[in-house]
Design a protein around this ligand. Structure first.
Ligand code: 5GP
Ligand code: ZN
Length: 118
């Protein structure tokens, strides 16, 4: 069973923010912004590459509700999902990062110079 499935099953503790029948939100253990929330489906889905539209519709509403409850929506925030090797995905269970609480940086995502690929 993967790490996030263990969090769903409460075999590993997490600082849970919100939960319903299908989705779970909890604080990232190693925050990269003042607010760093992870949102996952309770069923195991490997990544965004595998997710169906029904789950995406549900998790979208769930994330919008969290943004309202935490007031992230008032100051702005970012939603990120990493996919596979080049995406930098470490945990192979679909998760969305909700980042905010301060002005976020927007810089090159790779050491390779993007202009070299034009
Ligand atoms: P990824 O790199 O796969 O997109 O993101 C995985 C995220 O999960 C990372 O931001 C990492 O800090 C977080 N993480 C890894 N293990 C745990 C854990 O046991 N508990 C919590 N709450 N977050 C974790
Ligand atoms: Zn899983």
């Amino acid at each position: 069973m993967c790490l996030f499935c263990k969090i769903v099953n409460k075999e590993i503790p997490a600082n849970i923010i919100a939960e319903d029948e299908n989705f779970l939100a909890f604080h990232d253990i190693n925050p990269k912004a003042p607010v760093h929330i992870l949102v996952i489906p309770k069923i195991h889905v490997d990544s965004f590459d595998e997710v169906n539209g029904e789950t995406m519709a549900g998790i979208t509403k769930f994330m919008q509700d969290i943004a309202k409850e935490t007031k992230l929506n008032e100051s702005g925030y970012r939603v990120i999902t990493n996919i596979g090797e080049n995406g930098g995905q470490e945990v192979k269970h679909l998760h969305f990062h909700l980042l905010g609480g301060a002005k976020l940086k927007w810089e090159h995502f790779t050491d390779a110079d993007p202009k070299d690929f034009l």
